[in-house]
Design a protein around this ligand. Structure first.
Ligand code: UDP
Ligand code: MG
Length: 333
């Protein structure tokens, strides 16, 4: 029986909650009558007994539990990517290992997928975390939502579900896991959200503090550029270059006219320095744009495939082109 649901769980020092989490998922799957599912634990270089717990589970349920172990801590995005690559389900859930998410919510995620969404993200409406985490998170979500042009309230929620096509279309690295909904939205997938319960952390400690949001904002810049300019970087740099070029040449022309009509020396005017700097910057930005364009010609030529959701019709190859005749009685030999 092919696997229909995969659960990817990134684990970094969560020994106390691994078994209870697996138990809860099993329970929900039993209730829903789903037997063909797999749970993939990715041990992201834990230094506690997490791997022992995971190995026990694999021995106990060898068909349903899969485990991947990293040599050292590479971060949540890397753990998720490894889980995605090794998942065989058509629908893939991600859940944190710390039991702050409740597997009992799985059915409502599936229901939302059924409504036609490709990705459904959890929204921890009543988040049970310290204020020092909640406030920056609120700001982060507001900014991301504005910049990305996508109405989600909680980008960082670890509880999400994806159709396989979504994940096949994305390249994850660094800490970009936070932006999967943005990247997916950029590729035209339908992104929705459901309100989920969120429990306080009972065991272990959080791996992130407020500082993730400063790094997060740099990543947001990356995502902004990636979703809008990945295949036309020349436009990003070119547009900036043109603006500076216009300002620079404009200022210099103005000063040149003043000089010609004898309206005083211009050598000490700040506008002269502004004009020269803007013109140089403009040439550099436009050159950078051209270089970036040349670079995209060499990488990732399969990107068009990622933009297509379906291809139908067009059975010419079976018929053979030589048999096609046109109404004007011209035929292809
Ligand atoms: N995690 C991970 N690698 C890391 C950091 C975190 O696999 O380098 C896992 C962690 O074990 C948990 C999930 O990512 O399952 C979310 O981490 P955490 O609960 O610390 O984040 P928070 O809920 O505090 O935002
Ligand atoms: Mg947590």
């Amino acid at each position: 029986m092919p696997v229909c649901l995969s659960f990817v769980v990134p684990v970094y020092n969560e020994e106390a909650t691994i078994k209870p989490l697996a138990k809860k998922i099993h329970k929900v799957m039993n209730q829903e009558g789903i037997a063909n599912y797999e749970i993939i634990f990715v041990d992201d270089g834990s230094r506690d007994g997490s791997w022992i717990q995971i190995r026990d589970l694999v021995n106990q349920y060898p068909t349903q539990i899969k485990a991947i172990k990293f040599r050292k801590n590479f971060g949540k995005a890397a753990a998720l990517s490894a889980g995605f690559q090794n998942s065989t389900g058509k629908i893939i859930f991600t859940l944190d290992a710390d039991l702050q998410d409740d597997p009992a919510e799985i059915p409502q995620f599936l229901q939302k997928l059924d409504e036609g969404f490709d990705l459904v993200s959890g929204w921890r409406h009543q988040r049970n975390d310290p204020l020092s985490k909640k406030l920056p998170s609120k700001l982060f979500n507001k900014v991301t939502s504005k910049v990305a042009g996508i109405r989600l309230h909680d980008f960082n929620c670890g509880f999400k579900v994806y159709r396989k096509e979504v994940l096949d279309s994305l390249k994850l690295y660094g800490e970009l896991h936070r932006y999967i909904p943005v990247l997916a939205h950029g590729l035209g997938f339908r992104v929705g959200e459901v309100v989920v319960h969120h429990f306080p952390r009972q065991h272990g400690s959080s791996k992130y503090g407020w500082e993730r949001y400063t790094r997060g904002l740099i990543d947001l810049l990356t995502v902004f550029v990636v979703t809008r300019f990945l295949y036309k970087p020349g436009h990003l740099f070119g547009n900036m270059g043109l603006i500076f070029g216009f300002l620079g040449v404009g200022s210099l022309t103005y000063l040149a006219i003043l000089w010609f009509i004898g309206l005083g020396p211009i050598g000490t005017r700040p506008l002269l320095f502004f004009g020269i700097l803007s013109t140089i910057l403009s040439v550099q930005l436009i050159s950078l744009g051209i270089l970036a364009e040349l670079n995209t010609r060499h990488v990732d030529s399969d990107y068009i495939d990622k933009q297509i959701s379906e291809i139908i019709g067009g059975k010419y190859s079976e018929q053979g082109l030589d048999k096609i005749t046109f109404s004007s009685n011209v035929s292809i030999q």
